[in-house]
Design a protein around this ligand. Structure first.
Ligand SMILES: Cc1cc2nc3c(=O)[nH]c(=O)nc-3n(C[C@H](O)[C@H](O)[C@H](O)COP(=O)(O)O)c2cc1C
Length: 146
């Protein structure tokens, strides 16, 4: 199985989580990670499983590196039927708009026909846990459920 991890980040935490997911799963599957800002929506494929890792910035907005990808999805409206993804969100419960970025991701992808698999993984920066300590077991559980 081919797996692509796509991350959207402002200050690098989602990138670290993406790297942790690659480390956790690379013994079992073919997996690589990419910043969403360097990934074209035309390269999305139903033959690949996607782990999407995304933080929240501003007032419940997508982080900087996710914005071009989601603007392209809104503009081009590709048919994503058959595409499956699992979602990990990073945020801080200090904000009322806790983890809104990953909710925008889920809404946009499912509106275009993609299917979200498993429970959304969530990291709360106020909770005092390292994001990777949550993301790695979460990713293994998602993979074992496929
Ligand atoms: C200026 C600023 C605004 C933020 N806004 C939100 C927000 O609206 N909702 C939320 O859940 N987290 C918010 N966060 C917390 C970040 O999502 C969290 O720190 C995350 O780990 C950052 O990941 P990144 O480095 O991949 O962007 C904000 C952080 C900063 C510094």
């Amino acid at each position: 199985m081919n797996i692509q991890v796509l991350y959207g980040t402002e200050t690098g935490n989602a990138e670290m989580v993406a790297d942790d997911i690659v480390d956790a799963l690379s013994a079992d599957v073919s997996i690589e990670s990419s910043d969403m800002s360097k990934f074209s929506v035309t390269d999305l494929s139903p033959d690949v499983f996607y782990f999407i890792v995304c933080s929240t910035y501003g007032d419940g907005e997508l982080p900087h590196s996710a914005q071009p990808f989601f603007e392209a999805l809104d503009r081009e409206q590709p048919n994503l039927c058959g595409l499956k993804f699992a979602l990990f969100g990073l945020g801080d419960s200090f904000y009322e708009t806790f983890n809104r970025g990953s909710e925008i991701v889920a809404q946009t992808l499912t509106r275009l026909g993609a299917e979200q698999v498993g429970e959304r993984g969530v990291h709360d920066a106020s909770a005092g846990q390292l994001p990777g300590d949550i993301a790695m077991p979460w990713a293994k559980a998602v993979l074992s459920g496929l």
